[in-house]
Design a protein. Structure first.
Length: 249
């Protein structure tokens, strides 16, 4: 299947779905399309609440595109590359609608950032998480603020330093990333649908004001995440990281 980002409105719920055949990894053009779609859904009066989900059943998101990562040769290209997830996270943060996460499978790196930037996140028991960036000589700088906001500094630093291992969906629930964990994807889908459609009965202005309240203190993220992208853009050019990336070419 070809990569895509789709928005479908069902009973007032805007379902935003992304897909890439490489385990739902996201190259720059898909990240840009995802950010635009989130902004568009936020402005659509017919959309009362948003569900963020991915296609397929094994992986929610494997992070950024590795093919693009290994081709970075200068700081400006690196900054642009790492700004991809920053732009999506900021679009989610500034969207006036609540965003519900539907995490059906494993999620890595930037995918953990997307899950963390949702306002209410439900998962299947298969939805293990991992921050793998340290493995290639960089770090979860861009997604770090969003992940820390949900897991706390202790939880975020634990998975950031333990870059080789996945952490269970139940661990993520206990730390506050997931609100509920379901035994099957079918149960997850039914719960997401019920919860989202119920939210459509609430006052949109009240929900918008609540979202602003929940995200208070993050107003500097436009600048902060760009600064973090620059750090990653420098590190990816280091000799250590270049040698690491040769193993994946």
């Amino acid at each position: 299947m070809e990569p895509y980002v789709k928005l479908k409105n069902k009973n007032g719920v805007g379902y935003i779905e992304f897909f890439h055949p490489a385990q739902n990894s996201l190259p720059g053009h898909l990240l840009s399309e995802l950010a635009r779609t989130i902004y568009s859904a936020g402005e659509d009066e017919n959309v009362k609440v948003i569900v963020l989900q991915s296609g397929g059943d094994r992986t929610f998101c494997a992070g950024a595109s590795f093919n693009e990562l290994v081709d970075i040769n200068d700081e400006e290209t690196g900054k642009i590359f790492f700004s991809g997830f920053a732009n999506v996270i900021n679009a989610m943060r500034k969207c006036p609608k609540f965003i519900i996460g539907r995490i059906q499978g494993k999620t890595v790196g930037g995918g953990v950032g997307l899950a963390s930037a949702t306002d209410y996140c439900m998962a299947a028991k298969y939805a293990e998480i991992k921050l793998s960036e340290l493995n290639v000589g960089i770090g979860p700088f861009v997604v770090g603020p969003a992940v820390q906001r949900k897991l706390g500094l202790s939880g975020m630093s634990q998975i950031a330093m333990d870059a080789n291992n996945f952490y269970t969906a139940e661990w993520a629930r206990q730390k506050g990333l997931y609100t509920q964990v379901f035994d099957t994807v079918e149960e997850l889908d039914e719960a997401v649908k019920t919860f989202a459609e119920n939210m459509c009965n609430y006052n949109p202005k009240a929900m918008s004001e609540m979202k602003t309240m929940f995200w208070r203190g993050t107003e500097d993220w436009d600048q902060l995440l760009l600064q973090r992208a620059k750090i990653s853009g420098r590190l990816v050019l280091s000799e250590f990281t270049k040698e690491k990336l040769k193993e994946y070419k």
